[in-house]
Structures are given as structure tokens and as C-alpha cells.
Design a protein around this ligand. Sequence first.
Ligand SMILES: [Fe+2]
Length: 199
Amino acid sequence: MQRLIAFDDPDGNPIEVVYGHPHDHTPFVSPRGIDFVTGDLGLGHVFLFASDAQRSAEFYQSMLGFRPSDTIAFGPTNAVFLHCNPRHHTVALAAIPGFEPGIGHVMLELSRLDSVGRALDLAMETPGQVVRALGEHTNDEMTSFYLSTPSGFAIEYGWNGRLVDDDSWTVGHYRSASTWGHQVLADVPSAVAVGADDE
Ligand SMILES: [Fe+2]
């Protein structure tokens, strides 16, 4: 049996909830020899610009069943990070003046750091492709860099993301998004959609 419902979040971002999604059980083989960290952790995570991060977070929690991971000081209000499986966050929401609601970046996680490094080598061959330098995040401890895409949002390409155990997890707050790195390399909206700069 397959079922799908479609609706919008408070900012009009379209969401589809599906049951019985078909797949052929054939393992994906990357032409570049990359193993993506997916499975029960899902595709990765999405960082959304929101008009009101707390209002959107309440929707994702009360309507869709997400749980809070932590918050980061980001602009005038906090960015909110939410999880729906052991991945640290599947949705992040931040209200930044001047940025319309929508996708800031999508994160894809790789199983090996050298896969991230080789992608960085490749991306560096195109001027302007890398919008944030390699760095490590405070909250999910992901080592990653950010690439621009033709659609305007960024891809975060990372390794070693932290997992959440709901039995022992304590919701925290961070004053900055990165412990090191993640410097802005391109003045584009997708470069902002990472987290707060170090204070
Ligand atoms: Fe991210």
C-alpha cells in the first residue's frame, strides 16, 4: 500500500509525507566511490530560512512529531534544530532579516573524511563554487564545507555528524555555529545559511 499527503509548513514550504515508498533494494553505487550516510537517518538535513523560527519549530514538533536538539544564537533570534531520528537534526529553522523563507542549504553526509576532502579539491577548481570553507559545527560536530548550486541554495557536504539518543539527550544552546573554519568565501545568501559567525 502506498499513501501520500501534501501540505505546507507555516511559511508555505511544501511538505510531502509518504508511506510505502517503493525501492528496488539495489545498493546505490556512486561513480566517485562515495558512501552516503543515509538509511534510517534519512537523506540528510535541510536548513530553512523562516519568518518566525519558533513558530515553525512548534509546527514541526506538534504536527510532525519532531523533537528539539538544541538552539544557536543566529541573528536577532535563535536558530532551532530538530530531529526525527538519531541524526542530530533533520530540520533547522532560522529567521534572518532580509532573507525570504525557503531552503538555505541541504546537508549530505559521507562515511569518510577523505571523500569530503576530494570533493573540496574538485569544487575548488571552479571559482565561487565553495561558499563556506571547511569547518566543524558546534552542535552536530559535523566537519563540512558548503557549495553553491544553480538553484541558489547551498549543499553542505560533511562527515562525522553527531547522533542523538533521546533517553539521555539534553537540549543545549550555543553562541556560535562553528568551533573552527566555515569562513564565508562568497557573498551569497546560501553562504549565510550555515549558522552564526563566531562571536
Ligand atoms: Fe547544515
